[in-house]
Design a protein around this ligand. Sequence first.
Ligand code: PLP
Length: 398
Amino acid sequence: CTHVSERVNALAPSATLAMSQKSNELKAQGVDVINLSVGEPDFETPRHIKEAAKKAIDDNFTFYTPVPGYMSLRKAISDKLRNENGVDYAPEQITVSNGAKQALCNVILATINKGDEVIIPMPAWVSYVEMVKLAEGKPVEVKADISQDFKITPAQLESAITPATRMILLCSPSNPTGSVYSREELQGLVSVLAKHPQILVLADEIYEHINFTGSFTSMASFPEIADRTIIINGVSKAYAMTGWRIGYSAAPLWLAKAVNKLQGQYTSNASSVAQKAAEAAYTGSQECVAEMNKAFERRRNLVVELASQIPGLKVNRPTGAFYLFPEVSAYIGKTTPDGKKIGSSADIAMYLLESGHVATVDGGAFGMEGYIRLSYATSDDNIREALRRMAEAFAALK
Ligand code: PLP
């Protein structure tokens, strides 16, 4: 007999993983698919980080670690937060987890009760809404489309707040849009939040280092809200370490203790070897980060230039992360060469995969129908060929 809980039945499957899987299936059949659906850097983990992991194994860092992670790693993270972001979190306030994903879920499960409202600017990364649902909270979606560069305004924030609001979840640089809030724009939101001391600020800063604006402002650097801001970050994107599964939360002490209690019953510590690798990432040369950022910026320029040439697509100029989120609604209502009606952006993503052999993700998965997400964390050649195929596929719609 099957017996899946209501909790899990209520979750949507991860659309990004589903699209990657479909694209892999086509590849396995011998189809030459270009995959622009994945959310990970295509670079290899830098050598000095891999060496540190090998050494950690030889030095027998193979036992359980403290639940929140090795003290040496938490110290390195605390130093990073002070030196790079100008924010103060003691090692005791930091919990290292299996990726930023678990760090986010830990904080949400440790703070959100049934019916608590969590404000989520949309479009947003696929997992936020599902994590809030897992905690029986109520996601309150605030939409910001391409006309406002996908950034919510202070007035929109103000009008979404109710007495039940417990948290806002902010992601800058953003997945799926690549938009980065400036310090002034964040200050506008902070001025609203300052009037509502019951609201926790969960700041997902995982794309901090993939940022072409030349500056990054951490949400915790605003004194008005610093004592109720939780920073989420990790090594996946900045150091090309997605598979190592190391992320962290930096939180007020009361919350860090609650997160540790939860994690202690649930997953214990993150991998000991991966923690030592992450420590090398934070304490070693940061040259690799700058190099990868430069490559991503060049690819951003390329993808924006090529996508802008496709008639009917509305394209902005993202300033961070490695995603482009063009509006494709001009093609909804058209018909494919084999007579299928395009009824949604999901149909467009499927058509691009099946006919153009380019995997993208439907904007609906991020809470914004009428758009698709392209990840440009791939080679310049792949970007050129993918955009050529997309242009051809769009041109064939009548
Ligand atoms: N937050 C955002 C916005 C992401 O895009 C991702 C990964 O795709 C994560 C968090 C999770 O990262 P990690 O690999 O550290 O779990």
